[in-house]
Design a protein around this ligand. Structure first.
Ligand code: PLP
Length: 463
């Protein structure tokens, strides 16, 4: 029996508990209170010696676990760059989890293979990427960056007559790697993982918004070259000047990778063409689905202009032959077995449509601008040009900024994280969740100003 009546009831119970969680997520503090954290002690049990009750296990997970979550699916979580899952993506994932497909090979899951192809084509269309672009679904942009950089390394070395997947990097021609000063920490880590080194890179200075300064790109570069540009600096949301970077790299036959974890989605908004221009001329791109597209964790996309460049690096068997039927995911990333992440992407794209994705981007950016304006009116300093969904603020002093972040977090109306900007503490507000409403923005702005001892009409007299 594939499903006993007890298990059937268990699945229904899980759905009911999940629904209740989502219904109430905005009625609680954004981070768990002390009682909820103390309740986590319920998990500190010895390993059971034998079988236990499934219903009771689920109940414990909900009763002790749900209150100790961060309410990032609600409308007032502005930490890091964190999306909240669209309900249809949660629903689609439930069904796909019940299928429990291995998306590694078409023979293991025809539906996963078909949805891979569909989502690949839709992403190419939606983002305006080259028709030849191959998409692969990985855990997030950290892995998308790693996969793309391995492909970039091997493609550039192959041009120089070196078979890096077979021979490794010892004795290989040196690869020049160029990154912006504000490249994401996971991109730098990825460079280390793929053997290009975290520190043996040319770091191009950034301007006051964190953009790579194209005028500071190195003049002389010989041999294999990989340039990493960024769409969406994690503090300011700024975009590197892709047009200049691509032109510079093309003159040198280099590979251009764009880390667009959240920023790549700005390609859907024609009014942001000034930011994104040239981005689609790159050779590879990393994007998260679990940030701005609002699908559940863990979901990232690695896009490469020519799929063969992924196969060169990741085909897992020497006897492996090119596919003659359908795309084999297992041979295009470091992953073998994998869940069918494309299901949630498909559900999001199918229900939002082109205009819905654009609305999501535009709406969250508008919320960011409104928040920035309210905070500035209230007496906080907005440090960045709010070109996207990120707002960077500072209070009157470093001390006051630290106190502001702590007070916002203690208040619990909304959550914003600390960061450092140009060597000084700042508070970062990222509006990435689909659920944020005008009312959430108003309540959050008021809560932030109150936490800073500021009113909506400027600093209190004498304060
Ligand atoms: C979040 C982020 C990453 C890492 O993505 P994960 O989804 O956490 O793996 C990389 N680059 C940028 C610019 C990011 O914002």
């Amino acid at each position: 029996m594939a499903l006993t009546p007890g298990d059937d009831a268990l699945l229904a119970e899980a759905a009911e508990r999940a629904r209740r969680y989502r219904r109430r997520v905005d009625d609680r503090p954004v981070t768990p209170d002390g009682a909820a954290l103390a309740g986590l002690a319920a998990f500190d049990e010895a390993l059971p010696e034998g079988p236990g009750d499934a219903g009771e296990t689920l109940a414990l997970l909900d009763d002790a676990g749900s209150p100790a979550t961060v309410a990032s699916t609600g409308g007032r979580y502005f930490g890091f760059v964190t999306g909240g899952s669209l309900p249809v993506t949660v629903a689609a994932q439930w069904l796909a989890t019940a299928w429990d497909q291995n998306a590694a090979l078409p023979s293991m899951s025809p539906v996963a293979a078909r949805l891979h192809r569909v989502v690949n084509a839709w992403l190419v269309d939606l983002l305006g990427l080259p028709d030849s672009t191959t998409a692969v679904f990985v855990t997030g942009s950290a892995m998308a960056n790693t996969s793309a950089l391995a492909a970039a390394r091997d493609a550039q070395l192959a041009r120089a007559g070196w078979d890096a997947p077979a021979a490794g990097l010892f004795g290989a021609p040196p690869v020049t790697v160029v990154v912006g000063e504000n490249a994401h920490s996971t991109l730098v880590r990825a460079l280390g993982v793929v053997g290009l080194g975290r520190e043996r890179v040319v770091r191009v200075p950034a301007d006051d918004q964190g953009r790579m300064r194209a005028d500071r790109l190195p003049r002389r570069v010989d041999g294999p070259l990989v340039v990493c540009a960024q769409a969406g600096e994690v503090n300011t949301g700024a975009f590197d000047p892709f047009e200049e970077v691509v032109a510079w790299a093309r003159e040198r036959d280099g590979w251009v990778h764009v880390d667009g974890a959240f920023g790549l989605w700005a390609l859907v908004d024609p009014s942001r063409e000034g930011l994104t221009r040239g981005a689609t001329d790159a050779d590879s791109w990393a994007a998260d689905a679990h940030k701005w597209l609002n699908v559940p964790y863990d979901s990232g996309v690695c896009l490469v202009r020519h799929g063969e460049d992924l196969r060169r690096s990741f085909a897992a068997s020497a006897a492996y032959l090119p596919p003659d039927t359908d795309f084999e995911a297992s041979h295009h990333t470091p992953q073998a077995s994998q869940r069918a992440r494309q299901v949630e992407l498909w559900a999001a794209l199918r229900t939002l449509g082109r205009s819905g994705v654009r609305d999501l981007v535009v709406r969250t950016c508008d919320h960011a601008r409104t928040l920035a304006a309210r905070l500035a009116e209230g007496g906080l300093e907005v440090l960045n040009d709010v070109v996207l969904n990120q707002v960077l603020v500072r209070a009157a002093s470093d001390e006051a900024t630290r106190a502001l972040v702590a007070a916002v977090q203690a208040d619990g109306t909304c959550w914003c994280g600390p960061t450092r900007w140009r060597g000084r503490p700042a508070m970062r507000v990222s509006v990435s969740g689909w659920a944020t409403t005008d009312d959430d923005v108003a309540r959050s702005a008021a809560a932030i100003l109150a936490a800073g001892g500021l009113g909506a009409r400027g600093p209190r007299p004498g304060g």
